[in-house]
Design a protein around this ligand. Structure first.
Ligand code: NDP
Length: 266
């Protein structure tokens, strides 16, 4: 604006080019009905991950005559995770990635490069470092993966159903608290166990995907370690947003459900 003395000043107004580049300025860029972020979240990276895993299984077969039990477990566990994500694809619409984060470098690079090439590290590792797995340890690892999957799927489905149709008979009996926005928060069922039961299930599965690779190297554990850091950071971001959105009701929820991801620990 022209000031009293006739001069104009320039001001650096909000805006951080690095932040915009990383998190993304555009929230959901689209060409007509084609939603770039939605497409990248689900299709190329996840399917690419499965294709790379299968290529590793083929390579192992070529080198040693047949795929090892460890390789089969890693492939089946991760295939189950990807099929689940694609089967329940509408669930991605209530995630932070779609609702909150822009489509910047973080998601574009994460979805298209990071996911297929680093999530397939265990299969890659097994090609070069074959592992003997007893039936007993395989059974333990399978049980761990099933436990993680059940927690992950039940928690996510419970919340998705509750957000879509809070009167649905499958969740109508759950205890909730009202918020000033008109939305309610679940305080019983999975969301009364810890504040992010879906993260707990995901982490348990991550551990089950690494265990078939044995304990000789830290590389196959890269995913669990990275994922724990990602989920702790993600949980903190979500808490911050929920506190802003729901205020007192969120504080009440935190009092009722004191643990974030792991009961009695965190
Ligand atoms: P969530 O699906 O956990 O969604 C968080 C939102 O849920 C909150 O913002 C709030 O939104 C709602 N919410 C929180 N508490 C309650 C409650 N008590 N009652 C009702 N609603 C509640 O978050 P994410 O998007 O982070 O994760 C989605 C899934 O994706 C998870 O299973 C996660 O493990 C997985 N994931 C996997 C990754 C991978 O690389 N493999 C990476 C990131 C995530 P509102 O109230 O507005 O509905």
């Amino acid at each position: 604006m022209v000031l009293r003395d006739g001069s104009r000043l320039s001001y650096p107004i909000n805006g951080n080019h690095f932040y915009d580049f990383f998190i993304g300025h555009e929230l959901n860029p689209r060409f007509n009905n084609f939603d770039l972020k939605y497409f990248c979240e689900l299709r190329p990276g996840l399917i690419g991950w499965v294709v790379i895993n299968l290529a590793m299984l083929m390579k192992e077969t070529e080198l040693r005559g047949s795929p090892s039990l460890a390789m089969i477990l890693v492939n089946v566990f991760q295939l189950l995770y990807v099929v689940d994500a694609l089967w329940n694809e509408e669930a991605v619409l209530t995630t932070m990635d779609i609702v909150q984060d822009g489509f910047g470098f973080m998601l574009a690079f994460g979805d298209l490069t990071w996911v297929p090439f680093t999530y397939s590290l265990q299969a890659h590792f097994l090609v070069r470092h074959p592992q003997e797995l007893t039936m007993f340890s395989a059974f333990g690892i399978i049980s761990l993966n099933v436990l993680g999957y059940l927690i992950f799927r039940c928690a996510n489905s419970e919340k998705n159903l509750f957000r879509r149709d809070p009167t649905h008979p499958n969740i109508a009996g759950l205890e909730t608290i009202p918020t000033a926005t008109g939305k309610r928060l679940l305080v019983s069922g999975w969301w009364g166990f810890v504040r992010h039961p879906n993260y707990l299930g995901d982490l348990i599965m991550a551990l089950a995907w690494s265990l078939p690779c044995g304990f000789s190297h830290v590389l196959p554990y890269f995913y669990v370690i990275y994922f724990a850091v990602l989920l702790v950071h993600r949980e903190a971001r979500d808490e911050h947003q929920c506190l802003k959105k729901y205020g007192l009701a969120w504080q009440q929820y935190c009092q009722r459900v004191p643990y974030r991801i792991i009961p009695y620990l965190y």
